[in-house]
Write a protein that binds this ligand. Structure first.
Ligand code: GDP
Ligand code: IMO
Ligand code: MG
Length: 427
């Protein structure tokens, strides 16, 4: 069966992991195709709450094979810790958690340089999660990165390579006037985890070719969101990978025609963590209310997320860019109890009304939202089964978003648990 891609439609944290987990029962394998430990993916099921950063969220199903794809940048030490947490909770991953030999390694100097760069930017800092993502992708693109396949070298060769890589990184560290990292210590740390990591390394191009031949149902798990995409997001306030549809191809090794379904995940409102333009941001009581009710605090950093109304202009941009026909609309329950619900239908830019999402961040910074509004619905539990059982105004809100975006909301999420999901695929 062709692959299903799960993509963030906004600035991340849309509830991608919840949808991956929900749909995983129909799939055999899951592959994360970009990003690294900057992601925080939350799954809530009968066994409790699980927070994933690098390991694909689909792993909670015991028969699923989970792969960290070639498009990722992997911090091996953070991976060890995340794996340890899963094992502590009796999730057996033996033989079914694999790492692409072509994925890049996040080195300690990448994390250090990330923090040094942010410190230097001062008030203009990106708001990076500090996980070394930007510097790791920089090394990849300048062809100075280490790949996960390097864990398959001999101990001596790995030691030598890590030493050289760290010494190279120290040249950048020196530019900031910061003390160099100990290449010797880092090389020893790498050698120490080699035995844990090396059995999981696999040639993923061979693997996906086999999956296709065997007719496996493939899930591609995205991280971050379209508006954080390095090419298409609100540059420079973005992450350093392609988190829109193109990244699903380059980061997995699948071909465009292998993709059967791309589902964009959108919150019923908007959030952003970190800096950068956010036209519908609410810096008032309503914003605080959405943050409290939606528990909008970063999964990775614990930072409060900036909250605002749904932005149709930005969402349409994501729909067009990714070629979406269907979405999952999450956190509808968080809007319950709002007397009026607003959504942005256009921007005012220098006195003119515009209907597009400017690529130029300087223009986007000057855009003011133009809103329409609808009556809300009472603060009540939203149903889990039938769309028709939702309050009339909630249904009207969903239908309005569908019409204005020209898409179908195949899934509506009304709570964090796996079971709080309304399926409308046939509606
Ligand atoms: P991701 O990065 O896109 O996977 O999303 P995160 O896990 O970072 O953030 C989404 C948060 O919202 C998590 O805490 C989820 O448990 C929670 N969540 C997901 N769907 C819903 C929903 O429909 N309603 C509520 N109230 N919470 C949800
Ligand atoms: P998930 O997968 C929300 C944001 C950071 C910062 C910018 C750059 O959970 O949706 P980076 O560490 O990548 O250099 O940070 O991107 N960011 C995210 N925001 N969800 C994420 O992932 C994010 N990953 C990065 O806050 O503004
Ligand atoms: Mg998240």
């Amino acid at each position: 069966m062709p692959a299903t891609v799960i993509l963030g439609g906004q600035w991340g944290d849309e509830g991608k992991a919840k949808v991956v987990d929900f749909l995983m029962s129909r799939h055999d394998v899951v592959l994360r195709f970009q990003g690294g430990a900057n992601a925080g993916h939350t799954v809530v099921n009968d066994d409790g709450t699980f927070k994933f950063h690098q390991i694909p969220s689909g792993i909670l199903y015991p028969d699923v094979t989970a792969v960290m794809g070639n498009g990722m940048v992997i911090d091996p030490f953070a991976f060890r810790d995340e794996l340890g947490e899963l094992l502590k909770r009796s999730i057996d991953v033996a033989g079914r958690l694999l790492i692409s030999s072509a994925a890049q390694v996040v080195m300690p100097h990448h994390k250090f340089i990330d923090s040094l760069m942010e410190g230097e930017l001062k008030k203009n800092h990106i708001g990076s999660t500090g996980k070394g993502i930007g510097p790791a992708y920089s090394s990849k693109h300048s062809r100075r990165g280490m790949r996960m396949s390097d864990f398959l070298l001999s101990k001596e060769e790995l030691h030598e390579l890590v030493t050289r890589s760290t010494e190279w990184g120290n040249r950048y560290v020196e530019l900031f006037g910061a003390p160099p990292l100990s290449a010797k210590k880092i090389a020893a740390d790498f050698v120490n985890i080699q035995e844990l990591i090396s059995p999981m390394i696999i040639d993923t191009q061979e693997l996906v070719t086999k999956w296709k031949a065997d007719g496996k149902n493939i899930m591609l798990e995205g991280a971050q969101g379209t508006l954080l995409d390095i090419d298409h997001g609100t540059y420079p306030y973005v992450t350093s990978s392609n988190c829109s549809i193109g990244g699903a191809i380059s980061g997995s090794g699948l071909a465009p025609r292998d993709i059967g379904r791309a589902i964009g995940i959108f919150k019923a409102y908007a959030t952003r963590v970190g800096n950068g333009p956010f036209p519908t941001e609410l810096e008032d009581e309503t914003g605080d209310c959405l943050r409290d009710k939606g528990r909008e605090f970063g999964t990775t950093t614990g930072r409060p997320r900036r909250c605002g109304w749904f932005d149709l202009v930005a969402a349409r941009y994501a729909v067009n860019l990714n070629g979406l026909e269907e979405i999952a609309l999450t956190k509808l329950d968080v809007l319950s109890g709002q007397e009026k619900i607003r959504f942005c239908v256009a921007y005012e830019l220098d006195g003119e009304r515009i209907g597009y999402f400017p690529q130029n961040v300087h223009l986007l910074n000057r855009c003011k939202p133009i809103y329409e509004e609808m009556p809300g619905w009472p603060d009540q539990e939203l149903g889990r089964g039938d769309f028709e059982d939702l309050p009339e105004n909630a249904k009207a809100y969903v239908r309005t978003l569908e019409e204005r975006l020209g898409i179908h909301a195949s899934f509506i999420s009304t709570g964090p648990e796996r079971s709080s999901t309304i399926v409308r695929e046939d509606a």
